[in-house]
Design a protein around this ligand. Structure first.
Ligand code: AMP
Ligand code: ZN
Ligand code: FE
Ligand code: FE
Length: 283
């Protein structure tokens, strides 16, 4: 049996494989009872997710999002839980970010062509569907074209930050993302912090900006890593949260929904904080 809470998951509305309906069905079957849908730069999966969640009276869905931030040489992702996803200003910002994702994906496809590893743009578009396009869609097109044998290999050889087909995209600074999320009553937390350089300095800066938690329980984080991160969370007075970051595309690091040792207590504290800040009526 896995954890009761899972605060980080993706659906077909960004780069996940399952629809929000399939994702919630799977999570529920696995014993998850409090789940956040946190697609990249979009809240468009939330209407479907809430419609499904209604059928499960003992299941709490948290409206969430994951946003990337601009820190030179590093991938700093921030999750927002309990966002007021009907906010027009917020949606406009997200539309702009998704448009920039599209332009950037095209440039990566161009680079792959120059590298002699072309992918069909139509296929990338169709893999992305209505959702926010991301590198995993290009990675899957590379697999289908026979240039690589797996999504992981596509990242290793071409699409990682230091890879030859990588293109930067428009991003906000962490402080801007925290401000944006806080403006829509979101509770900002730092995603997958294990490998971030200068983590302590970053935490100091982000806590001042309004960060309320960070992921301590995540995918293949070992007990040592969990202990180290828990110590940091304590020191900066952050909630020690976590999630599977389930995308559904397999690979050695990937976990099923709820397949993380996240205890109930910090999840309850997150819900209490949301209530305190008046956000829980969005659930
Ligand atoms: P993007 O938002 O387009 O920059 O793509 C980031 C997403 O790519 C992340 O959310 C992960 O799901 C995925 N990703 C990043 N690095 C890897 C990797 N080495 N192997 C597989 N997927 C990855
Ligand atoms: Zn992703
Ligand atoms: Fe992420
Ligand atoms: Fe994620």
């Amino acid at each position: 049996m896995g954890s009761r809470g899972d605060l980080h998951t993706h659906s077909t509305f960004s780069d996940g494989i399952l629809t929000p309906t399939e994702l919630i069905e799977l999570a529920y079957q696995r014993g998850v009872r409090i789940m956040a849908l946190t697609d990249h730069d979009t809240t468009e999966g939330l209407p479907e997710a809430f419609a499904v969640a209604e059928h499960y009276p003992d299941f709490t869905l948290i409206p969430g999002i994951e946003m990337s931030t601009d820190v030179p040489g590093s991938e700093v992702h921030i999750l927002g839980h309990f966002i007021d996803w009907g906010d027009d200003q917020f949606e406009l910002q997200l539309v702009r970010l998704r448009e920039s994702r599209l332009g950037r994906a095209r440039r990566m496809a161009d680079k792959l062509e120059q590298l002699g590893k072309p992918v069909s743009w139509e296929r990338v578009e169709s893999l992305a569907g209505e959702g926010a396009v991301g590198r995993p869609h290009i990675a899957r097109a590379l697999v289908e074209a026979g240039h690589v044998s797996s999504v992981n290999e596509a990242f290793d050889l071409y699409l990682s930050r230091t890879g030859p087909a990588y293109v930067e995209r428009e991003r906000l600074t962490p402080a801007q993302v925290i401000e944006t999320l806080t403006a829509v009553h979101g509770l900002p937390t730092l995603a997958h912090p294990r490998d971030l350089e200068g983590l302590e300095g970053l935490l100091e800066e982000l806590t001042t900006a309004g960060l309320i938690g960070m992921e301590v329980y995540y995918q293949d984080y070992t007990p040592d890593v969990v202990e180290r991160l828990k110590g940091l969370a304590d020191r900066f007075d952050l909630l020690p949260l976590g999630g599977s970051d389930y995308h559904g595309f397999g690979g050695h690091q990937q976990r099923q929904p709820g397949d993380i040792p996240l205890p109930d207590e910090p999840v309850e504290r997150l819900l209490a904080l949301a209530r305190e800040r008046g956000a829980l009526e969005t659930v």
